[in-house]
Design a protein around this ligand. Structure first.
Ligand code: CU
Length: 513
């Protein structure tokens, strides 16, 4: 209930927040005095059932309702629950089977992001699961210990379906991770943080794209959900915690830091444990990127995980494009309050060596492929690519009509863009000719970042990655090798992980042969 006292407190909080660059959404006025009143939800851990040597996981995709805002109900989708899904945990070398039952009213699918799998198990846009049916991919893990995730990858419909809730975390352990001591008690000192931004309508429902700029930029919400919790707090019971941070936003890039600017230690990125930990005070993460960090709260003081708004470097010029691009990711947020209890259990010292990463030799690369990341400029830029081009740029409507392409070609299920021989070391050049940053994800591989415009990557990008930010006018070279499966018929995807860009064509297909 909103009363005069609450409103006054909220206005005071709002004013304090505004001075720090945080803009509050419309519903924040109804908040109670405790700005982070809601205990952080921890998704249930799904460890599967061993049947004849195969670990089975049952996932039911279903509709439900969630309560995010006081007194309002939000229709949502989830996996075994109302919003998002359980955290699926597994171990390298096991054979797993994921029974995905679609109990929704429409077709969907499920992609295992960060997994090296046979193409028919990948859950790409051609692999739909019709309502009332179950899809059961089975594969043997060749995985490093890592924080991965699963989400809808539905053709032209990934953005809306993930926004409704079709996503969850996957944790892989391996021999290396079992041999070192890190905080590892799930939900106690090993904490999943699935960070997303959402907009709400006045009736409590999610507001997806309703404006043209949201079509072009990708949707950016004014309200943060962490594991589906608004304004969450977490009570720390240990001196240190491992936070497994997943940027599961559709299109927003976050720059995480703590309210007192305390340093933290990054131990893992997309491809799992780094070779050595390193200390930092802020961390930029685009959609689909993961980072595991160790934060020390032994001082006993409440600390807030923040996201700092970016200062846009896009030049100011007349017209809407400049205004749109200059506004992207500029908003700051308070994400999560961490509240240490009065007595804290001791935590292990972060090991100086975390893992061994077998590096590929760039001089052994036999092929170089260039992927030009393009906004549809209103030119028919696919025309020089031959007869089997599928949809092309040139829809018009201002800056490309919100259409995106790679090498001038929109994603086309009937067209295989690249054929990649199994086992070859290749250099893929991700060349951004558009005016905005695109996080590029390549399926079925963990790649090494060679350089950005010739400059070697910073420490957080020296581990293995499956998603990499490519800034405007940047050429990022990555070293790839596909090691396990061939299938000339079934493609894997590479695409921008801003889901609205992916849905509008910034995706290509490759087969491993
Ligand atoms: Cu993009």
């Amino acid at each position: 209930m909103t009363n005069r006292r609450t409103i006054l407190k909220s206005i005071a909080l709002g004013a304090a927040a505004l001075s720090g660059g945080v803009r509050l959404p419309w519903h924040a006025i109804a908040q109670e005095a405790d700005k982070f009143p809601n205990p952080l939800q921890i998704p249930e851990l799904l460890e599967g059932t061993l049947i004849d040597g195969v670990r089975h996981y049952n996932l039911s995709l279903q509709e439900g309702t969630s309560q995010f805002l006081p007194g309002l109900t939000t229709p949502t989708w989830g996996i075994n629950r109302n919003f998002l899904g359980p955290t699926i945990r597994m171990r390298d070398t096991e054979t797993i089977r994921l029974n995905v039952s679609n109990n929704l009213q429409e077709a969907t699918n499920m992609h295992w992001h960060g997994f090296l799998v046979p193409a028919i198990c990948d859950g790409g846009p051609a692999q739909t699961i019709e309502p009332g049916t179950t899809w059961s991919p089975e594969f043997t893990l060749h995985q490093r210990a890592a924080t991965n995730w699963y989400h809808s990858h539905m053709m032209h419909n990934t953005g809306p379906q993930v926004y409704k809730g079709l996503a969850g975390m996957m944790i892989v352990e391996d021999e290396q991770s079992a041999s070192i001591e890190l905080p590892s008690q799930y939900g106690v000192d090993d904490i999943p943080l699935i960070v997303q931004d959402r907009n709400f309508n006045r009736d409590g429902s999610f507001r997806y794209i309703t404006r043209y700029d949201e079509l072009v930029q990708g949707i950016q919400g004014d309200t943060i959900l962490v594991n589906g919790t608004v304004w969450p707090h977490f009570v720390a019971t240990t001196q240190k915690m491992r936070l497994r941070i997943l940027n599961a936003a559709n299109s927003r890039t976050f720059t995480f830091a703590f309210s007192d600017n305390r340093p933290f230690v990054q131990i893992a990125s997309d491809g799992g444990l780094l070779e050595t930990p390193f200390e930092r005070t802020s961390m930029m993460m685009a959609p689909a990127e993961r980072a595991d960090i160790i934060v020390d709260v032994s001082d006993g003081r409440e600390v807030i995980l923040l996201s700092h708004g970016m200062v846009s470097t896009y030049p100011e010029h007349p017209g809407d494009l400049s205004r749109l691009l200059r506004s992207m990711d500029t908003q700051s947020f308070e994400i999560l309050s961490i509240r240490p209890q009065s007595s804290l259990a001791p935590s292990p010292i972060v090991p100086a060596a975390l893992s061994v990463i077998t590096k590929l030799d760039p001089s052994a690369a036999v092929t170089t492929r260039r992927l030009n990341l393009m906004m549809g400029h209103g030119h028919r830029s696919g025309e020089d690519r031959g007869a089997h081009s599928g949809l092309r740029s040139g829809f018009g409507g201002g800056f490309g009509g919100g259409n995106y392409s790679i090498n001038g070609r929109h994603h086309n299920l009937g067209f295989v863009n690249e054929q990649v021989p199994l086992g070859d070391i290749e250099i893929w050049e991700l060349n951004n000719t558009s005016p905005m940053t695109h996080p590029i994800h390549i399926h079925n591989v963990h790649f090494q970042i060679l350089d950005r415009n010739g400059t070697p990557p910073p420490p957080e990008e020296q581990g293995l990655k499956d998603t990499v930010r490519v800034r405007p006018s940047e050429l990022v070279r990555v070293l790839v090798r596909f090691e396990y499966y061939t299938d000339p018929e079934t493609p894997y995807m590479y695409h921008c992980h801003m889901l609205e860009h992916e849905d509008r064509g910034m995706m290509g297909q490759f087969v491993v042969v």
